[in-house]
Design a binder for this molecule. Structure first.
Ligand SMILES: [Zn+2]
Ligand SMILES: [Zn+2]
Ligand SMILES: [Zn+2]
Length: 358
């Protein structure tokens, strides 16, 4: 008998053994390798070189009063400002049409619009450095856009998102987000639509209502919660410090939030973005976006409002995770577990590290 055969077998343990975790929102799996992070945290947390930006930048195309590439002049806006992207990826007047000369060669016309939403007239701020009432005004602007763009007969889905930081390819540090509105459902939304629909059919309850309740009960992956929203590192998180911001009540979209819920969402957004900045004492890069009820006139009882934060940083302000090699060709993989990431984020102060330094 070989020593291998006689080795004592230990029970499968999520904190010890490599395993796959299932993402019920997309139906996809990821590989988790917790044995690679058995060592306690030893990484130094060095401050990134202090980034000082002016409150106003005469060369910024998003600052109030400045002229954009299109020749249009931004108003002297006081809070938020929305305009149609001067280099939009989608255009409203695209004619409908299909191209299918062969079943293996398929294309469909896609129409829509792309808008830019400035969060603040201040060039030097980010969501993390704005106060809760200012963030609530950003949410109100998102709601207004959802009502206006979502009501258009040619629009089936409005993707609200923010791409923050040069590491994420953001071209301008001025705090802003975008709305891309399309006739059809985007790929990620289509996957989540199918998964939420199937779950409601099978369980007669909502996937994310059940998931939010489960995480709040277990606590180990919760970063922050208030009366209306919870921020968790989802069990199936793929990026090292990925979070899911989820409504505790069954709400389909941003349009459906009342004033109380808007304030609570502003609080939750401040809580998570401040903790992100505090984690590596840097302006934390990420892509974040809301997933919500399509606006194509369909009935969507299975849709539950939530936002995903996908940050690339792994160990410091400069060491990022890459989705390459095995991850690009086979299955995404992570080392630090969702539970470890949640504990680190939960343990951070909700006072921004630069407060008092600015
Ligand atoms: Zn600016
Ligand atoms: Zn729900
Ligand atoms: Zn989603």
């Amino acid at each position: 008998m070989s020593t291998k055969d006689s080795a004592p077998r230990t029970a499968f343990d999520l904190t010890e053994h490599p395993h796959k975790r299932y993402n019920p929102l997309t139906g996809e799996w990821l590989l988790v390798s917790p044995h690679r992070t058995k060592r306690p945290w030893q990484g130094q947390v060095e401050d990134a070189p202090p980034e000082t930006r002016p409150r106003y930048d005469p060369d910024c195309y998003l600052c109030p009063g400045n002229t954009r590439a299109s020749g249009e002049v931004n108003p002297q806006y006081a809070h938020t400002f929305v305009f149609t992207n001067d280099f939009a990826a989608l255009l409203p007047d695209t004619p409908p049409g299909t191209y299918a000369p062969h079943p293996l060669l398929r294309a469909e016309a896609e129409s829509g619009t792309c808008r830019v939403l400035c969060f603040s007239p201040r060039h030097d701020l980010t969501l993390a450095e704005m106060d809760t009432p200012a963030i609530a005004r950003v949410i109100a602007a998102w709601q207004e856009q959802m009502r206006e763009v979502g009501a258009r007969p040619d629009i089936g889905y409005v993707q609200v998102f923010e791409n923050k930081g040069a590491m994420m390819g953001a071209s301008n540090p001025h705090p802003h987000g975008q709305l891309w509105a399309t006739r059809t459902l985007p790929r990620e939304v289509e996957k989540e639509d199918a998964a939420q629909h199937a779950y409601l059919e099978a369980h007669k309850s909502c996937l994310l209502c059940d998931y939010a309740a489960l995480e709040l009960e277990r606590g180990e992956r919760v970063v922050y919660a208030n009366a209306h929203f919870a921020v968790v590192v989802p069990f199936w998180a793929l990026w090292p410090f990925e979070t899911l911001l989820v409504s505790r009540a069954h709400v389909g979209g941003l349009r459906d939030l009342d004033a109380d819920a808007v304030r609570a969402l502003a609080d939750a957004l401040r809580q998570i973005t401040v903790r992100y900045d505090n984690l590596f004492r840097t302006s934390f890069p990420y892509s974040m976006g809301f997933h919500q009820t399509p606006t194509d006139g369909g009935v969507y009882p299975h849709w539950h409002l939530h936002a995903h934060f996908y940050p690339p940083l792994l160990r410091s302000a400069t060491v990022r995770k890459f989705m390459v090699g095995y991850e690009m060709l086979a299955t995404p993989q992570r080392d630090i577990t969702a539970e470890q990431a949640a504990a680190r984020l939960r343990g951070l102060s909700d006072v921004h590290y630069r407060q008092g330094q600015i």
